[in-house]
Design a protein around this ligand. Structure first.
Ligand SMILES: [Zn+2]
Length: 130
């Protein structure tokens, strides 16, 4: 099905609000993209469907943000991590570590969904609990 970019962004946000991460799956070549895209990154098909992906991965890299944008001022410093999901796709998000735990390369993480001040759920990465 052909989908508009606006609709895709909304579907992604709706899924996060339901504590799920979705990607797009190409109906022609089955390539998955996370976050979802309107057009397949491999074959450029616009026949896109949605699929729920495993909310788990490993930490590829991170950066510590000391100077935050206005809505995050009270949270600085915080860690912004890039996580490689089990399917190889990469997602950026805030990393929440317990007191005294430092980020490490390849650290196993899972998604947590926190309610923001605006009432919407936000994706966070936390250490994976087996
Ligand atoms: Zn494709």
């Amino acid at each position: 099905m052909h989908r508009e970019v606006v609709q895709i962004v909304k579907s992604y946000e709706d899924a996060i609000n339901q504590n799920r991460i979705i990607g797009s799956i190409c109906e022609d070549c089955e390539t998955i993209s996370v976050p979802p895209r309107a057009v397949c990154k491999k074959c450029w098909s616009d026949k896109i469907d949605f699929t729920t992906v495993e909310p788990q991965g490993k930490l590829i890299t991170w950066t510590v943000i000391h100077i935050a944008p206005p809505t995050y001022v009270d949270k600085a410093p915080y860690i912004l991590g890039i996580v490689e999901l089990l399917n190889g796709e990469r997602l950026t998000g805030l990393l929440r570590l317990p007191e005294g735990v430092e980020p490490e390369f390849d650290m196993e993480v899972e998604a947590a969904f926190e309610e923001s001040l605006e009432g919407a759920q936000r994706l966070r990465w936390i250490p994976y609990h087996k």
